[in-house]
Unconditional design. Structure first.
Length: 259
């Protein structure tokens, strides 16, 4: 489950990984809005996940590109997304753009072109890539009722300058309160404070990457920082040596000391 209640201007949105044992998320997670992250290289599997999300009361669905047999163009990818959306036609639909993971290197802006003619329920994109030109064009093209969310934590401030509607990021599980301070500073025009916080986030991520930081280690760091025992990541993700996780946690506390 990815819970990002502290992120940007969409503090009541979270994306949760799709599990069949959630029969009624509206009862299990009262007070929050939940979007089902439907992801698979199988069109059938992604469509079944979308259908199930509608049945259990999800507020929307987010879908990534298939990564085994890859779409050859934005038009082909849009056809895939359209097929998935047809299994839950009334749910708000978000395209999850993360080419570093999927290997599908089409411009998100090209995917958005006339997308609502294919997916009337389309409501936005989660943009997890470093191409700020493509991101800016997505913002420029987006309809007023869309949300364009940014997913590269170390470049959040730049995305806000382009007009990001919100953000979803892995490190926000423990730096979320500081991210909120960054956003508040940006909204007040205090770029010095906003940059200071962004630079600290960049320093933390840069330090962590030298010690093998990835999604699995991020979960390990969540345990170290929060004190909650969240368990190991699923294979093929692995834990880093405990000493490395402790070092990253210590770096976090040195950059963001508790008041």
């Amino acid at each position: 489950m990815l819970v990002h209640r502290t992120n940007c201007n969409v503090r009541n949105i979270c994306f949760y990984y799709h599990y069949s044992n959630y029969s009624d998320i509206s009862n299990n997670f009262g007070g929050y809005k939940y979007h089902s992250f439907c992801f698979s290289s199988s069109l059938c599997s992604s469509s079944l996940q979308a259908h199930h999300a509608a049945q259990i009361g999800a507020e929307g669905i987010a879908v990534i590109a298939p990564s085994f047999f890859k779409p050859s163009s934005a038009d082909v990818l849009k056809k895939f997304l359209q097929e998935v959306s047809s299994s839950a036609p009334t749910l708000p639909f978000y395209y999850y753009h993360i080419p570093a993971v999927t290997g599908v290197n089409v411009l998100a802006r090209d995917v958005l072109e006339d997308i609502e003619t294919l997916i009337p329920s389309f409501r936005g994109v989660k943009f997890s890539a470093c191409d700020l030109m493509d991101f800016g064009q997505c913002i420029s093209y987006s309809a007023p009722h869309w949300s364009v969310l940014y997913g590269v934590d170390e470049q959040l401030l730049a995305s806000l300058a382009f007009g990001a509607n919100g953000a979803v990021g892995s490190t926000y599980n423990y730096v979320g309160s500081h991210v909120n301070k960054l956003i508040t500073a940006f909204e007040k025009g205090d770029l010095v404070q906003a940059r200071n916080i962004q630079f600290k986030i960049q320093e933390l991520i840069s330090f962590a990457k030298k010690l093998g930081f990835d999604v699995g280690v991020n979960k390990q760091l969540m345990s170290e920082v929060s004190g909650l025992r969240l368990g190991p990541p699923r294979l093929p993700l692995m834990l880093c040596p405990p000493a490395n996780a402790v070092s990253i946690a210590q770096k976090y506390h040195s950059l963001f000391p508790e008041p």
